[in-house]
Write a protein that binds this ligand. Structure first.
Ligand code: SF4
Length: 351
């Protein structure tokens, strides 16, 4: 049973001013470019990881025009290591659309922001409320936890109808009245902060929570019951074989992964579905040089990748493959590379 909390928003706003996070590099600004960039980077990624990437990104691309004019390769290079690379590809497309369709200014309304690549309903609401004071609710994973617990919302979020009902409930909690637009930025930030620092998945700090006074889950003593979601992700696994051809002067052969697929658009060692396919791609005269390296596992969202690497030491660059090119030792570090491939290339190969 969900009932309206009259002073819920006021409590969140007051708490944020005193106890919330107010010094992150993307705060204290109403610049939608910075807010958008931070929101995309923070999806599935910890604040501490995002910090350095955010600064480097802004140094190279200080505004949406600069990002739109940059190349996708450069964007992927700066994103390298953050993972979930579709975010970077959408970021670049989104910047280009903001410039082409909106004259280089982010639209202020969430409903329009949502039409841009990579911007979902919650991200659109975050930008519109934080930068333009629009009265719209965010509902990322952290905020879902706060709202479901505070309201005792026990609908199964695996069902779309329940998700819609939760959005409605989140809208009901927003600030109201003449001050609503002024309060929206702090309210939105407060909900994010509560989810990230107080209403944690395990052992929420209810004593420190501003909405504890009528939080249904806290009263019942079972916050961890929420949010309710019956469906669990089915994981799969895949084995891939990597050919690490490397010359004496440190050049490596890299090709660009096709879209869609694993690591789409990133530069990568040539990938094969089997050991036989990898060996068949190496000229017969060089096959004796192939050396297997220990298999390592890379965990993606829905899949475990078992990576089998074969190293091929070469003196010069006379060997060539159908796709890709030799890349100098000083150039490959700046390319967009999948994190496990970067880690592998950074190893000093055994002589
Ligand atoms: Fe979460 Fe506890 Fe606050 Fe309820 S009182 S919203 S369970 S931290």
């Amino acid at each position: 049973m969900v009932r309206r909390r009259v002073d819920f928003a006021a409590r969140v706003v007051a708490w944020q001013a005193e106890h919330g996070r107010n010094d992150l590099p993307w705060q204290n600004t109403r610049d939608p470019y910075r807010v958008w960039l931070s929101e995309i980077m923070l999806q599935q990624t910890q604040v501490v990881t995002v910090m350095g990437y955010f600064e480097r990104f802004l140094t190279r691309f200080p505004d949406v025009q600069a990002l739109a004019a940059g190349t996708l390769d450069e964007v992927l290079g700066l994103w390298s290591g953050l993972g979930y690379y579709s975010r970077a590809r959408n970021l670049h497309r989104c910047a280009q659309e903001v410039v082409a369709r909106h004259g280089g200014a982010f639209p202020p309304r969430a409903a329009v922001l949502e039409t841009l690549p990579g911007i979902g309903r919650s991200t659109a609401a975050a930008i519109a409320s934080l930068c333009f004071g629009e009265r719209v609710a965010i509902l990322d994973a952290n905020v879902k936890r706060v709202v479901t617990r505070a309201l005792g919302f026990d609908g199964d979020l695996a069902q779309a109808a329940n998700v819609r009902a939760l959005w409605d409930a989140a809208m009901e909690l927003l600030p109201t009245g003449t001050q609503a637009a002024t309060q929206m930025p702090r309210y939105t930030q407060g909900m994010m902060d509560l989810g990230a620092t107080v209403c944690l998945p395990k052992r929420p700090d209810c004593v420190a929570c501003p909405v504890q006074v009528d939080c249904v889950a806290a009263k019942a003593g079972d916050p961890q019951r929420y949010p309710v979601r019956s469906r669990t992700l089915k994981r799969s696994s895949q084995s891939l074989w990597l050919l690490w051809a490397r010359t004496d002067d440190g050049a490596v052969w890299l090709d660009k992964r096709p879209t869609p697929g694993v690591w789409a658009g990133l530069h990568c060692l040539p990938l094969f579905d089997s050991e036989a396919a990898l060996k068949a791609a190496v000229p017969a005269s060089r096959r004796a040089r192939l050396e297997p390296l220990p298999v390592f596992t890379h965990v993606l969202t829905h899949k475990d990748l078992f990576l089998h690497t074969w190293r091929l030491p070469l003196e010069g660059r006379d060997a060539q493959w159908e796709q890709g090119a030799w890349v100098d030792a000083r150039n490959w570090p700046a390319l967009g590379l999948p994190a496990p491939i970067r880690k592998l290339l950074q190893q000093t190969p055994v002589a």
